[in-house]
Design a binder for this molecule. Structure first.
Ligand SMILES: [Zn+2]
Ligand SMILES: [Zn+2]
Ligand SMILES: [Zn+2]
Length: 392
């Protein structure tokens, strides 16, 4: 049930609390272990069978897959911010100011209703945003080639080339997209150019290797039928013209190997670091479409970062548990199987997104709008002061 606050009620509480607490997780991730070793946590499916906490009566606690007891202080902190769901996040002044700013920013909205409205009621409809960030490293190889100018070749005969994941590189800062290309040592070899099959030249396609082409003026006859069957002046009666494409050679120098017929090949490694983000908004059916939250910020009430995070359990808004489980599972399927990707770090967070529904009267009729996000953005469908062009 949503609490309502009537205008004039002095019980308005400012939004936010100062004592936020780090989330609890069951894993004991060692900071000095290699990111390539994968998750140090037990399989998260086990967590669904954890024992039910005995503190049900004192309210639910939010855990990230841990059945450990939280210290008393942390219990209180978690409980207090969860009650903010039904607390007004803006004042009457903020709401009026937000609508006025909104109307002023639209060319077709008159500001008179925003200035002169009679505010009737404010209803807190705060919601939550769940976000999962999975920082992955992807290693792919491909064959690359270049001109061989002679000299030493670092071939597999020197030493066996390392496998893609055996090559040590410094990753970029966490959760930052980046790409790196580097040749794999000992993967070099000199081989025939595939473009010319080692010949150094390719056949001229214009003359099919003949070096000459049928004279187009006399159609290869050598005589000019237009001028009393005189000798064709274009081909001097030969019926052929030299091929200008290959200068009568019939062959062209191979551009890929510059005529040498050989190339220096190696295996190139591409490493891609990517921060993969999944976001879900708890659907509380407030009347404010969820996509409007895309560009607004909220207040982070839970943040959890590990090599592998666990699904959140027992969050008061049950859909957050579901989103957490589904998003983690989706990224697990996407990145935690096969040899192409590795998960280096995961981060999940829950934000409280402030939403207030404001109802007001203007010229004897009732209207409403929403103020949402830390930025006090406005959404309204029935603003009374629109002029003609906005109705088209
Ligand atoms: Zn070639
Ligand atoms: Zn030619
Ligand atoms: Zn001719």
């Amino acid at each position: 049930m949503e609490k309502e606050l009537l205008i004039g009620d002095e019980s308005h509480t400012s939004y936010g609390t100062d004592h936020l607490h780090a989330p609890r997780v069951a894993q004991d991730a060692s900071s000095d272990s290699s990111p390539f070793e994968g998750a140090s946590a037990p399989p998260y499916e086990l967590l669904d069978n954890r024992p039910i906490d005995e503190e049900e009566d004192s309210g639910k606690e939010v855990l990230c897959g841990s059945s450990d007891q939280l210290p008393h202080e942390e219990h209180e902190g978690l409980h207090s911010h969860l009650t903010e769901r039904n607390i007004l996040s803006v004042s009457e002044y903020d709401v009026k100011e937000a609508l006025l700013r909104f109307a002023a920013s639209k060319c077709c909205y008159r500001t008179a209703p925003a200035k002169g409205m009679n505010l009737q009621k404010l209803t807190p409809l705060n919601t939550y945003r769940y976000r999962l960030e999975t920082f992955t490293e992807t290693r792919e190889t491909y064959s690359a080639s270049g001109i061989y100018n002679g000299g030493f070749v670092d071939s597999p005969a020197v030493a066996p080339p390392p496998a893609p994941w055996e090559i040590m590189v410094d990753p970029p800062p966490l959760f930052t997209d980046c790409e790196m290309h580097l040749p794999i040592p000992h993967s070099y070899s000199v081989e025939n150019c595939p473009n010319c099959k080692g010949r150094g030249a390719i056949m001229c396609q214009s003359c099919k290797g003949a070096g000459k082409k049928k004279c187009s003026a006399c159609d290869g006859t050598g005589t000019n039928t237009q001028e009393d069957y005189n000798v064709c002046s274009w081909c001097a009666g030969t019926g052929d013209n030299r091929c200008s494409s290959c200068r009568s050679n019939g062959w062209l120098k191979c551009r890929r190997c510059i005529g040498s017929g050989i190339l220096l090949f190696h295996t190139e490694l591409t490493i891609t670091w990517k921060n993969n983000v999944l976001e879900r908004i708890a659907d509380i059916d407030s009347g404010l479409p969820n996509h409007h939250f895309k560009d607004v910020a909220g207040k982070e009430i839970l943040s959890d970062e590990h090599f592998s995070v666990y699904p959140i359990v027992d969050f008061p808004e049950p859909s957050i548990d579901d989103y957490s489980r589904a998003c983690i599972e989706q990224h697990k399927i996407q990145f935690a199987s096969g040899s192409l990707h590795r998960i280096l770090k995961q981060k999940q967070a829950i934000e409280l997104l402030p939403v207030t529904k404001a109802e007001y009267e203007w010229k004897g009729k009732l209207y409403s709008f929403y103020v949402f996000g830390n930025e006090n953005q406005v959404y309204t469908k029935d603003y009374p002061g629109k002029c003609c062009c906005s109705l088209m």
